[in-house]
Each structure stands twice: as C-alpha cells, then as structure tokens.
Design a protein around this ligand. Structure first.
Ligand code: IYR
Length: 222
C-alpha cells in the first residue's frame, strides 16, 4: 500500500447494553430542546465556542473527503450591518413580490417578515459556503463531488454543536444570497449555502408553537 493510501486502526469507543440506550436517549432528549430562535441577546459569545463548533462541523463526512466548505464567522458590527442591509433588500423583494401566496401561507406560522434586526443584535453570524470545485496550484479546476450533501451534513453538525454549547441559532436563508460572497470577499467558486445567526436568546425570546412529526411518520421499519 502506498503512503498516500495509508490506513490506520479505527479508534472506536465501544459502549454496551444499557449505556448505549441511555446515551442515545439522552442525546435525543437534548436535541428535542433545540429551537430555532429569532430573538437574540447582544451578550458577547467567546470566539472559542464558535471555533469549537466550526471544528466539529469540519469533522463531517464529505464526498471523497474533499471537505467542500468554508465558514466565515462575523462579529464585526460594520460587517453585520452591511449584511443586514443587503439581506433586508432581498427579503423585502421576497415578501412583497417574489414569494407565491402558497409560500407565504407556509411561512405564516413562523411569524417572519422582511425585517432582520437579529443580523445586528446577535453577536455572531456564521456564513456557510459550499465549493463546487477548487482551484489547484496550477490554476486547474478540480471538481468536488456531492457538495450540497456534504455542506448540508456539516451544517447539521454545526447547528448541533452550537446547541450542545448552550447557544441558540437561526438557520437563515436570505434569498438570493449572492451578496454574502461579495460582502465577505469569498472567491467566485464558493456559493453561499446559508447564514447561521448565533448567540444567546433574549430574556423574553418567544418561539412559534410548532411540533416535530412523530417518529411513526418519519421512520418505517421493515
Ligand atoms: N428567507 C425568508 C423567508 C423564509 C423562508 C423559509 I422556507 C423559512 O423557513 C423561513 C423564512 C426569511 O428568512 O424570512
């Protein structure tokens, strides 16, 4: 076996019996508490928490292990303000013109509108970018495989890690999001995937009274 295709022993922490079941139940119990939050406190969040969460996201599986993602964590007030201004322009267009009546009806229970004050209030915005390809040292394009799936999985881990760190987040998709690439100086081969708004909840934070589907609706066993 050549060095570049080296294999190493798997580091696997075996759990058994009740321990396995307890761990899985505890994890579900914790994840059940996660809510998407739109009312943020402006209390600062240490950079270390953001770094740890992004490092966890970076452990995600990806097509051919190409890790086709980049994360930009923004706490700078001026950059956050510019992102808010650009996002609100797109969102106003969406709510007033682009969205179909059916879309607006689907959104109604969330109580959202084109105003996005949380883009300035929350201490961190994390812009997630996907790379359809990369450019090698000779300037050649190298295709990435399963970019959307890979970035989606990494973002799921990021959201989970933020929740486990005691933070709350909003998965925000101002559409279109092209302005994020320009605002954050990312290269042309990176496409914004979504924007996570991250911080602590406001003391009076409210969330919509909505449920997750019961297990029987999302799982079939055969
Ligand atoms: N991007 C808009 C609209 C929006 C769309 C969906 I689908 C949501 O689940 C939530 C919002 C906004 O952020 O308000």
């Amino acid at each position: 076996m050549s060095d570049s295709h080296r294999f190493v022993p798997l580091q696997y922490q075996a759990k058994t019996g009740q321990e396995l079941i307890d761990c899985s139940a505890q994890f579900y119990e914790s994840m059940r508490q996660r809510r998407t939050v739109r009312n943020f406190s402006d209390t600062p969040v240490p950079l270390q928490l953001i770094e740890n969460a992004v490092a966890a996201a970076g452990t995600a599986p990806s097509g051919a292990n190409q890790q086709p993602w980049h994360f930009v964590a923004v706490s700078d007030a001026d950059t956050k303000r510019k992102i808010r201004v650009a996002a609100e322009i797109e969102e106003r267009e969406l709510y007033e013109r682009r969205a179909s009546d059916q879309w607006l009806e689907a959104l109604a229970p969330l109580g959202t509108n084109a105003d996005k004050p949380f883009l300035e209030t929350a201490p961190w915005l994390i812009a997630v970018f996907g790379q359809k390809f990369t450019i090698d040292a000779e300037g050649r394009k190298l295709k990435h495989y399963y970019t959307q799936e890979s970035v989606g999985i990494a973002t799921g881990i990021l959201i989970t890690a933020l929740h486990q760190s005691g933070l709350v987040a909003l998965t925000h998709t101002p559409s279109p999001m092209g302005f994020l690439r320009e605002e954050l100086d990312r290269p042309i081969h990176e496409k914004p995937f979504l924007l996570l708004v991250v911080g602590y909840p406001a003391d009076d934070a409210m969330v919509p009274d909505i449920d997750k589907k019961p297990l029987g609706d999302i799982l079939s066993i055969r």
